[in-house]
Design a protein around this ligand. Structure first.
Ligand code: SIN
Ligand code: FE2
Length: 217
C-alpha cells in the first residue's frame, strides 16, 4: 500500500456517539496528541497554578481550576465572569497553545461546527471525590459557537441533561482522550460530572483533567 493511499484512509482511531441533538461524543479523539497536550498543560500550570475558586455564595469548589487563552473563566463573591487577567497573579492568563486550539477546532469540525475559534480554555482538575453539579455554560456572549470538552486522566461519569435543570440527565463514561462537543440545539443543556472515583491513571496519576474550550467574547 502506498503512503498516499494510507494517508487518505479514514481515521479509525476514534469513534462517534450522538448523545443529544447537536451533541457528540468522540471517543479517543485526543489520543494521538496526548503528549503535546500534557506538555503544554504543564507549562500553563507553572504560570497559572490550579486553585479552588469560590462560588458567589462563598463555597470553595471541589474542582480546582486554571485557564489559558485571552479570556479566563473565574468565579468569586461577585459572581461568574470571563476575565483576561488571572486574579491570583495580576497577569494575563497564559496564551492558548496551538496544539489546544487546533485540537478543539478539529473536534468541533468533526461534530459539524465549522470554524470554531476558541478564545477561552477553562482547565478543571478533579481529584477523587471532586464533582461538578448540573449547570449551563451561559457566560459566553455568542451561543452560536459550540463547547468542546477534552478529558484526560481518570474516567468520570459525565451527566448530560436538557434545557431544564430537572430534565433527567443521560450518563456517559468519559475516558482519557475522549472529547464531547455540544452546540446548536443542545448548547445550553445542563451538564455536570459525578463525584470522581478514586484510581490511578497510567499517564495522569490520581486525577482527571478536563479542558473546556469556549468562544467567550
Ligand atoms: C464543565 O462543565 O466545565 C466541565 C465538564 C467536565 O469536566 O467534563
Ligand atoms: Fe460546563
Amino acid at each position: 500500500m502506498s503512503a498516499d493511499l494510507f494517508d487518505s484512509l479514514p481515521d479509525q482511531r476514534f469513534s462517534r456517539e450522538q448523545i443529544a441533538a447537536g451533541a457528540v461524543l468522540l471517543r479517543g479523539f485526543a489520543g494521538p496528541v496526548e503528549s503535546d497536550l500534557i506538555a503544554a498543560l504543564h507549562a500553563i500550570v507553572e504560570q497559572a497554578p490550579f486553585r479552588h475558586m469560590s462560588t458567589p455564595g462563598g463555597h470553595p469548589m471541589s474542582v480546582a481550576m486554571t485557564n489559558c487563552g485571552g479570556a479566563g473563566w473565574v468565579t468569586d463573591r461577585s459572581g461568574y465572569r470571563y476575565d483576561g487577567i488571572d486574579p491570583q497573579s495580576g497577569k494575563p492568563w497564559p496564551p492558548m497553545p496551538e496544539s489546544f486550539r487546533a485540537l478543539a477546532g478539529r473536534a468541533a469540525m468533526e461534530a459539524g461546527f465549522d470554524a470554531f475559534l476558541p478564545d477561552a480554555c477553562l482547565i478543571n482538575r478533579y481529584q477523587p471525590g471532586a464533582r461538578m453539579s448540573l449547570h449551563q455554560d451561559k457566560d459566553e456572549h455568542d451561543f452560536g459557537a459550540p463547547i468542546v470538552s477534552v478529558s484526560l486522566g481518570l474516567p468520570a461519569i459525565f451527566l448530560f441533561g436538557g434545557l431544564k435543570r430537572t430534565d433527567k440527565p443521560s450518563r456517559h463514561r468519559l475516558e482519557h482522550g475522549d472529547i464531547v462537543v455540544w452546540g446548536g440545539p443542545s448548547r445550553l443543556f445542563f451538564h455536570g460530572v459525578a463525584p470522581l472515583a478514586d484510581g490511578e491513571h497510567a499517564v495522569m496519576g490520581r486525577q482527571r483533567i478536563n479542558l473546556t474550550f469556549r468562544k467567550a467574547r
